[in-house]
Structure formats: structure tokens, C-alpha cells
Write a protein that binds this ligand. Structure first.
Ligand code: OAD
Length: 261
């Protein structure tokens, strides 16, 4: 799909929404799996969502690691391997360029690192907060040892060098707490932002989804970029219906940062 395929109504709404992004605003981007969908990473929910497979829903719960660590680790190792093959899409790239036009914080639920890759390529440095951790990191399940490591093969059941506890991916599973520092920084950004841009998220998973709600309570305007309405669509000032890889570049074009394609 190209920008030319967006309906005249959507293009008009994008023009209007772009008005909120002018004048160096403070923007909180709240990103979800849909942002990476056009890079070939499946979403969790929706028609092609991986949670249609009950087994995968099971593998993302902390209790499963105790019962069946081999299954959990081999699935996560496949996802880590996928990271070496995927690239940022036009949505990530547009977001990275938009970050130069205001004070941007990206609070992402995604555990890929495509926002960072795009920002490095473009040369922008918004604060990126990984609410659900990172596939590129590993951590010990028994002690606080955690570090970035794409070389270790989690499916081989590696042990922590400090305490010999089992190593696991550096992601947050259902049944676990989010990192306090990350949550506090994201809450600060949510309560201080002028605009909250919800990109590719169903906004169904808490506590993450409380961030756009907090932004809304503090008077920020919400803009949603999603082909389908999210759970928070009704709170959004603008609903931009279309894939992130098309709508975000269209937002950029509306701001005069790039030619429409
Ligand atoms: P979901 O899978 O719940 O939702 C994906 C959203 O992306 C849906 O609203 C789709 O309509 C939308 N979407 C699909 N393709 C898109 C595209 N090309 N452009 C824009 N939007 C598109 O993903 P999340 O909201 O990220 O948590 O899910 C939140 C959390 O649930 C995940 O971080 C994960 C999961 O369980 C943990 O693993 C802890």
C-alpha cells in the first residue's frame, strides 16, 4: 500500500493531526507490535496474531518457564534469530525522522530493537523506553545479572556465570513486574507530553496501556495510527486508519519533511 491508496478523508485527517506535531511539541510515542508488522514480525492479536496459537500464549507466561524451560527457551531463541534477519520498515524510519521535530520519547512494548536501528540510521536520539524488555538481552532468572548478548544460544540452556542460575531472555513475561525505572520514566513522559502517538497497539495490555490514559488525563491529545480501532480509540483526537509504514511517512509529508510517495 502507498500513500496514494489512502482515502481522501484519511489524508485530510493526517493533515489536521500533523498540526499537533508542529512547534517543537513534547511527544510520547506508545508503540506496539503493529509497528513491526511490515518488517515481517507477527502481531500478538488480530487475524494473523500469534496468540491464535494457544501454545504461544502459554510460552509468554513466567509459570511456563518453571514447568517447561526447553520449550520457552527454544521459542525465544527462534525469535532472537529472527532479529538478525529483520529490518526497520518505513514506519520505523518515519518515526525516527519525526523525532527530530520535537522532544520525542518512544515507549515501546516491542522487544525487537527496530526503533533503535532506525534512529541510528537517521541520526536521531529520542529516549527509547522498552516497557517489555529486549530480545537482544539475556538475564539470569535467579539473580540480577542482565546484559546484552546476541551470541549466546538460549536453547542450549546456558547458566549464569555469577550464580549458575538459568539464563533467559531479557523480556517481561506475563506474571512479572515491569522494570520500575523504565515505568517511572515512561509515566513522567506521559504526564508531561503534549501529544501521545499510539502506533500499532491494541492498547489492551496493562500496565503499559495506562500510559496513553495518563497522557490523556494530563491534557495531551492522542493520535492513533492503526488500521483498526484500539481499545483507546475513543479517547483519540485523531484516528489515522492505515498501516504505520504508510501513515507515518504521510504524517511526515504533511509536516513538509518529505515528498508524498
Ligand atoms: P497486539 O498484537 O495486541 O496488537 C497489534 C495492533 O497492531 C493491532 O491493534 C493491529 O490492528 C495493529 N496493526 C496491525 N498491523 C499494523 C500496521 N501495519 N500498522 C499499524 N498497526 C497495525 O500488540 P501490542 O498492542 O503490542 O506483551 O500487544 C501488547 C503486548 O501484548 C505485547 O507487548 C506483548 C503481548 O502480550 C508481552 O509479551 C508482555
Amino acid at each position: 500500500m502507498t500513500q496514494a491508496a489512502l482515502s481522501p478523508e484519511t489524508l485530510a485527517t493526517i493533515e489536521e493531526a500533523a498540526g499537533l506535531l508542529r512547534g517543537n511539541p513534547r511527544v510520547l510515542v506508545f508503540a506496539g507490535a503493529g509497528l513491526s508488522a511490515e518488517s515481517g514480525i507477527s502481531t500478538f492479536r488480530g487475524p494473523k496474531g500469534v496468540y491464535n496459537d494457544k501454545e504461544i500464549a502459554r510460552l509468554t507466561h513466567v509459570a511456563t518457564f518453571a514447568k517447561d524451560p526447553e520449550a520457552v527457551l527454544s521459542w525465544y531463541q527462534q525469535r532472537r534469530h529472527q532479529l538478525t534477519e529483520v529490518r526497520p520498515n518505513e514506519g520505523h524510519m518515519a518515526l525516527a525522522r519525526l523525532a527530530a521535530t520535537g522532544h520525542y520519547t518512544i515507549a515501546t512494548q516491542n522487544v525487537d530493537h527496530l526503533e533503535e536501528v532506525a534512529c541510528r540510521a537517521v541520526g536521531t536520539r529520542p529516549e527509547i523506553l522498552r516497557l517489555h524488555g529486549s530480545l537482544a538481552r539475556v538475564r539470569c532468572h535467579s539473580c540480577p545479572n542482565e546484559y546484552e548478548d546476541m551470541m549466546v544460544d538460549l536453547s542450549s540452556g546456558p547458566r549464569c556465570k555469577r550464580c549458575t542460575g538459568p539464563l533467559r531472555p531479557g523480556v517481561v513475561w506475563f506474571g512479572e513486574m515491569l522494570d520500575d525505572e523504565v515505568v517511572n520514566a515512561a509515566m513522567r513522559a506521559a504526564s508531561e507530553c503534549d501529544v501521545c502517538l499510539l502506533v500499532g497497539t491494541s492498547a489492551l495490555v496493562y500496565p503499559a496501556a495506562s500510559l496513553p490514559e495518563l497522557a490523556h488525563e494530563h491534557g495531551a491529545k492522542l493520535i492513533e495510527v492503526n488500521p483498526e480501532p484500539s481499545a483507546l480509540a475513543r479517547k483519540c483526537r485523531f484516528q489515522l486508519r492505515g498501516p504505520a509504514g504508510v501513515v507515518l511517512p504521510a504524517l511526515e509529508a504533511a509536516l513538509g519533511l518529505q515528498q508524498p510517495r
